[in-house]
Structures are given as C-alpha cells and as structure tokens.
Design a protein around this ligand. Sequence first.
Ligand code: MN
Ligand code: MN
Length: 471
Amino acid sequence: MAEKKTKGQKLAEEILMNPKSLTERGQGFLDEASKFCEGYKEFLGYKTEREAVQYVIPILKKNKYTEYDSKKKYKAGDKFYMVNRDKDIIMCTKGKKPVSEGIRVSVAHLDSPRLDFKPHPLYEDAELAFFKTHYYGGIKKYQWTTVPMSIRGVVMKKNGEKVTIRIGEEEDEPSFLITDLLVHLARDQMQKTASKVVEGEQLNLLIGSWPYDDEKVAKKVKLAIMAILNEKYGITEGDLESAELCAVPAFKARDMGFDRSMIAGYGQDDSSCAYAAFMAEIDTKNPEYTTMTIFADKEETGSDGVTGMASYFFRDFVEDLAQAEGAEVRHVMRKSLCLSADVGAAFDPNYGEVWESNNTTYANYGPILAKYDGGGGKYSTNDASAELVAYVQGILRDADVQWQMGELGKIDVGGGGTIASYISLNNIDTIDIGVPVFCMHAPVEVAAKADEYMLYKAVYAVYNSKKPKEI
Ligand code: MN
Ligand code: MN
C-alpha cells in the first residue's frame, strides 16, 4: 500500500515545479518518436538550403500544395507554397478566418555551418590539388579537419546552363578531406589556443594528387583535376568564379546509442526544427488561422541578403496574402504569432561548468521554449513578453505537449542569436522554440528523437489551436 502523502508533499506537488523527462512516457513514446524520425533522417541527407528546398517540393505536391499564384483566391484548407530564389520556401495552409485575424508562422533555417569555396578555389601546391574554402557560420575550425567531406552546390556555365554538383556522399563516390598535422610534428601546434590550432587559410580541401601527363604544363595536378571536372560537368576554371559550392561532412544521419534513442548527423541545427515544422504544416488540414511554415537561408551568417530573414521577401509575401483579402499587411502582422524554431543546447555533463543548474535544458525533456537568447546583458535578442509566453504555454499544455525553459548557458560564457529579432521587426509576437542538441555546429550533431517528435507536436498544436491571441 502506498504511503500517505504528507501535507508538505502535497503542497509541493501543488505549488512547486516538477520537471518531467519524456522518458517517463515509456518505451512506447520512444517507438513513436523513432517512427517519426525515419523521415527526419532522410531529410538530413539534404545538406544545403538548395537541396532541402528541392527535396520538399515533390512532397508538397503529393500533399495537395500548389505553387502560389497571387491572382488566385484561396479558400479555407487550400495549401500553397512559394519559393524564393531556390533557397527559401514558404508553405501555407489557408485558415477559416481571414488573414486580418492573424496568421500562425514558424520559421526554421536550412543553412548550417560548412566550408564554402572561395571564388578562385582550385590550386596546386607541392604537387597536390586543393580547393580553397572560406568557412560559413561559426565553427571550431579544428573540428573540420580529417573528416570525410562531400562537395555540393551549383555552377553557372557561360552558356547560362546551371550544373548541380553533389559528390562524395555515396560509397562508390570519391571523398574529400581537410588535412591536419601529424601529432609527431605537432609540438608547437599543440601549444596554440584552440582558435589558432587550425586557421581559416589552412582549411583547404585535398582533391587530387595525380598529374596531367604533359611535360610542358606547369601545374600538372591542377590541370588534371580541372580536366576531370571539365569532362564530368562541362565546366572550366572560370565558371568557378560565379559558382556556389561548398564542402559538408559526408556522414549519413544514423541512430545513436545502444537504445537508438538519439540521432547523430550533420546540420541538425536547424534541420531538426525545419523537419518538425514541415511535418506539422503538412499534417494541418483545416486550421482556424492561416499557417505559414518558412524555411530560411543565411541564418548562420546573420540573416542578411535577399534570402535571409532580414530581407523583405517574407513581408512582401504576407502583403500579397493581405491584399488578396483587402487587408493591410501591418494589421495582419500585429495579430500574428511566430515560432522562431531553432535549436538550443542540451546539457552535456562533460562540460557541465558552462551551465547554470537552475536554468539548464536537457535532452529528452522536450523542445526548449526560449523567452530570449542573445548574450551579455540580454543584448541582440527578441524578448518574448510574459503574455506571449503564457499564451503559447497554454496552447502546449492543452495539447499535452511538454516543453522546457532555460537559458543557453551561464550568463557571460557566450551567447547566440536566432531569427526571432528579424521577425519581430515586423511587429509580430515571436518566441523561440527548438530541439536541444549536443555539439552544436560540429560536423556531426546529436539530438534526442523524443525531443524532435515533441517539437513536431508543439508546432502542430500552435497551428491547430483555435484560441485567439489577445495580446
Ligand atoms: Mn540555428
Ligand atoms: Mn546555428
């Protein structure tokens, strides 16, 4: 027989927080999450914004989405999408209410830290051929050496033809690598601070070593490699000037742990949030408020440029929807709600000193709802209001969605931003939510399946809630 609870125990249950792990939901919950994550692992194979946009279009079509037409009148339940320059995509389900009542937005970014190629990438040194890279996003540079890499992107030829390149991912394809110094000769290197152990100009991708057979040619290995590229893709060295090529880790996403409770893979910041929002968007059939799921580009470099969330492409699109219904974009924005879906940090006991124990977020405790991020004295952040946090929490609670709140780490150890600041510029109430991940921005990141699945449920709950936002 269970012991009777004391007065204090009862009171504690009533008025103190009692954080619960998703593991308390049992093996059945992990099984459900694992099933959900099969599609997620496949999604992680599309490692750049261009690839991910291309990947989702046929899935959207299969789910009755049509390409957005500003002249068409959409009715409740209609689904449509708009692509911005092959790098962003906005997906919508028309709600029963007019857009002047507000829309439910979520934004996740598709770009992840990687090694972009410089305008003149190909060179030969010591009879070896390399591609010179310029790292994209915030990385610990030393992590990117001795990791098998694949190359992807597009090359524009002089005749206007666009060549898509994706090589190094499949087992029968060649792979590429950034070298590191052998430990035997690394006495000086090992004395350097981590930011200097490997420097930006040393992140050169080894791509060949066999020379072109002609005594009269000066750079034989360079010519031999360019000849292979010319034969395979029909491109010349000059075409690389305008190309957008990059190297990304060649690992496939896979289950992690004996219990298969986690996923290891490249680019989970922010494909974990993108996939969860994408599935919630597809599964939302007849919402009260119009939903808008955005895959964004350029988050890792500050959201600038025509495909970043600081661009007007988002506002222009909302304006098109507003005008079609005789509404003003500013009135739509004011009534709307946005989930800035981006990952947070999972507590790692191996580096526990950077977290403050009362405000730490953990793997398997559900998506992180972040009131603010930024750094230092709460600089550079959207700080969601008490009213907004409570409103979103209410929706999640009603849908049995579990969340956790905290901060990225201790106040002065670092910081980070999301697109929330750029969205809220539009006068939209915005809050961050995302999966906790281990080793963020490393070539391979780790996330818990249960958190990914719960994030899907969270976005779905917000999209399908009928509760008006009275803020
Ligand atoms: Mn991110
Ligand atoms: Mn990031």
